[in-house]
Write a protein that binds this ligand. Structure first.
Ligand code: FES
Ligand SMILES: [Fe+2]
Length: 350
């Protein structure tokens, strides 16, 4: 009998994702952590209900493995790094950079450690200050990574606020990010105004990577206290580029050729849990107070969070007849259609 050394993960039995949905989503790449938060102290992260241990070896390389010791199932995230190996805390087995077991302390005379003692490793790509991975794809070259071209561009400041944990699905969160009709209602304390709720007609088009929408309105992107900085009658252009399944880049054109870009990148932790990463860049105020950026960002996402965590059904209903839509929802409905065309299920549970 051939023994498989590393097994690709399958949907865990406790996962509430639809099985086919899980298979489709697991082919894609997602951010799971900020690079700056990775250290030689292993930590547990989760993607599509699969638990993984994330740590840095002493040679600086970042490792991501299934968080389960092949011996007796203890999470390796409870262990520690020694040199370029991780040690399991239960019986002290060590595993090298290639995932192979290098030491069984209870059996020092064992000449050949069987292949079955090997860890399942996941690929790692470092991009926009984040660690990205995929459960089933090994090929990052064909991945639909979002394009944040200003991240390492001269004149643009790259900012990476803390991540946000949301008790809602990534589909609902992403759709909320591209929803322009909620500004006046949800963000009236931050930048919008309940007296200005009208959404002017805008265009949405399908692209190779997903969809693009251009929205021009007089809704300022400055916080309320700074709105006098825009010239009278200034029109704000917001360009949304959606990279399904769960990333989108928003470009906001500010006065005086100012450009703000916000990448909304979801890690679908579970069917109703999302870890949201928001790398952003700007070419103005580049020496300004970062804490003010973090705070403004946190305020806006907290306002959204209250909506997303209370929506029912939790998962985005891809059957367009399940909810009602109006003209200003054109980006949302196109987004749902794209996901449905991928073969994601139209099932929804209230
Ligand atoms: S459970 Fe990991 S060494 Fe035994
Ligand atoms: Fe919002």
């Amino acid at each position: 009998m051939k023994i498989q050394t590393t097994t690709l993960p399958t949907k865990p039995c406790y996962s509430q994702f639809d099985g086919n949905d899980w298979e489709i989503l697991a082919q894609h790449w997602y951010p799971i952590a900020r690079i700056q938060d990775v250290s030689t102290q292993p930590q547990q992260v989760m993607l599509l209900d699969i638990k993984m241990a994330l740590y840095q070896l002493e040679n600086g390389n970042i490792q991501l493995v299934r968080d389960i010791c092949p011996h007796r199932g203890v999470p390796l995230s409870k262990g520690w790094v020694e040199g370029n190996e991780i040690v399991c805390p239960y019986h002290g087995l060590s595993f090298g950079e290639d995932g192979k077991c290098t030491k069984i302390p209870a059996q020092p005379d064992l000449t050949r450690i069987p292949e079955r003692f090997t860890l399942t490793e996941f690929p790692v790509v470092l991009k926009y200050g984040l660690v990205w991975t995929s459960l089933l794809s090994q090929d990052a070259t064909s991945a639909n990574f979002p394009e944040l071209d200003t991240w390492e561009q001269n004149g643009h400041q790259a900012i990476l606020p803390p991540f946000v944990d949301i008790g809602g699905s990534s589909g609902r969160q992403l759709e909320g990010f591209i929803d322009v009709a909620h500004f006046a209602w949800v963000h009236h304390n931050a930048f919008a105004d309940r007296k200005n709720p009208v959404v002017p007609k805008y265009n949405t088009e399908k692209t190779e990577y997903g969809l693009k929408a251009e929205y021009i309105s007089d809704v300022s992107n400055y916080p309320h206290g700074m709105q006098h900085l825009a010239p009278e009658g200034f029109l704000w252009k917001r360009t949304f580029e959606v990279y399904p399944p769960f990333s989108a880049v928003l470009t906001v054109d500010f006065p005086n050729q100012g450009v703000l870009k916000i990448l909304n990148a979801c890690c679908p932790v579970s069917h109703n849990k999302t870890r949201l990463f928001v790398p952003l860049t700007r070419n103005f105020d580049t020496t300004g107070d970062l804490q003010a950026v973090y705070d403004f960002n946190a305020q806006i996402f907290a306002e959204d969070q209250d909506m997303i965590e209370s929506q029912k059904p939790e998962e985005l209903p891809l059957d367009l007849t399940a909810e009602v839509h109006f003209e200003a929802d054109r980006s949302s409905t196109m987004y749902r259609r794209i996901l449905a065309d991928w073969g994601l299920s139209k099932r929804y549970v209230i």
